[in-house]
Design a protein around this ligand. Structure first.
Ligand SMILES: [Zn+2]
Length: 319
């Protein structure tokens, strides 16, 4: 049904699945840079295609997927399901006469204010990402982390300290804007974050009112900026004093103390944590599982629990 050749392909339809080099026809689960390429023809949800278009700055020939509305090609049914990862992220349910296959892309079970949550269907074969496939990645409930993040940020602002959060410009950044605007905290963002937040608004996800950094960063605001080392990471001069906060699932790692120069870290992610990955398997009830992205030890954990599990990159053919 599938084959793996430096990326996953739905063999019969010649459909590339999140393959990052140009292909005749590619399904893109979501618009993070490590899932996209400028394919000759691109399939994805409307928000994903808009964001990919923005990223690649090229016109696209597209097949638009709506969640839960199947598209049939050569007798194979393709249905996008919400993935709960970022706005527009989808999982793909693939059905032929014999079997059902679920390809997850990046996904999250916990409810995000801007991306909802993953909605599963049962499948015979599950092809799943397992970024946090180690038991040490157990994240506290998202609402609790959000509460602590808002409390800390509000306290810093009251003390006249500028809270600075460096974050991926797509996904986490828009969720953070929404979290802070919902708590009535003033937010100012880098223009690159604004670009994607505007696309969120155009696709029905209003993140609230915020300002965009011009020549200067205004004081009295939570500041959202691209990560260290990225193309847009150069900082304007920041109002002082300034305190950096980190919001990432990696903060759940045992022994984690500090990331970069940040004193405060908050374990929140748009990926499923270890328990949610196991929960996913329970919900999908697959006969076979193929894992990718993340820890190979998750395959061993699944085998110990009695599942037939494989590491995707080790398999040339996926039945
Ligand atoms: Zn992603």
């Amino acid at each position: 049904m599938f084959h793996f050749d430096q990326g996953l392909f739905l063999t019969g339809l010649h459909l590339a699945m999140d393959v990052t080099r140009r292909q005749p026809w590619g399904y893109i689960s979501h618009a993070h840079a490590d899932h996209i390429a400028h394919h000759e023809r691109t399939m994805g949800t409307a928000p994903t295609l808009a964001m990919v278009h923005r990223r690649l700055r090229h016109s696209l020939t597209i097949d638009v997927l709506d969640y839960h509305k199947p598209l049939v090609r050569d007798g194979i049914k393709l249905t996008a399901l919400p993935a709960g990862h970022i706005l527009g992220a989808s999982m793909l349910l693939i059905e032929n006469d014999d079997s059902r296959y679920l390809f997850t892309g990046d996904f999250s079970l916990s409810e995000s204010p801007t991306a909802g949550h993953a909605e599963f269907e049962e499948a015979d074969v599950l092809i799943m990402e397992c970024t946090f496939g180690k038991p040490e990645f157990r994240l506290p409930p998202r609402e609790k982390v959000i509460e602590q993040l808002v409390e800390t940020t509000a306290r810093l602002l009251r003390l006249g300290v500028t809270p600075l959060i460096r974050t991926y410009v797509l996904g986490k950044a828009q969720e953070l804007i929404k979290i802070f605007t919902s708590a009535n905290l003033p937010v100012v963002v880098h223009p690159e974050i604004d670009t994607f937040a505007t696309l969120y608004g155009e696709h029905g996800c209003d993140v609230g009112s915020y300002s965009v950094v011009g020549d200067q960063v205004p004081s009295g605001h939570v500041v959202l900026y691209p990560p260290h080392g990225s193309r847009h990471s150069r900082l304007h001069s920041m109002p002082q004093p300034c305190e950096e906060l980190v919001v990432t699932g990696w903060a759940a790692q045992k022994g984690h103390k500090r990331i970069g120069s940040a004193r405060y870290s908050f374990p929140m992610s748009d990926h499923s944590d270890y328990d949610d990955l196991l929960e996913t398997v329970q919900r999908v009830k697959p006969r076979r599982i193929y894992c990718y992205h993340g820890s190979q030890s998750f395959v061993d954990d699944l085998k110990r629990l009695g599942h037939e599990a494989n590491w995707l990159n080790d398999c040339q053919a996926i039945r």
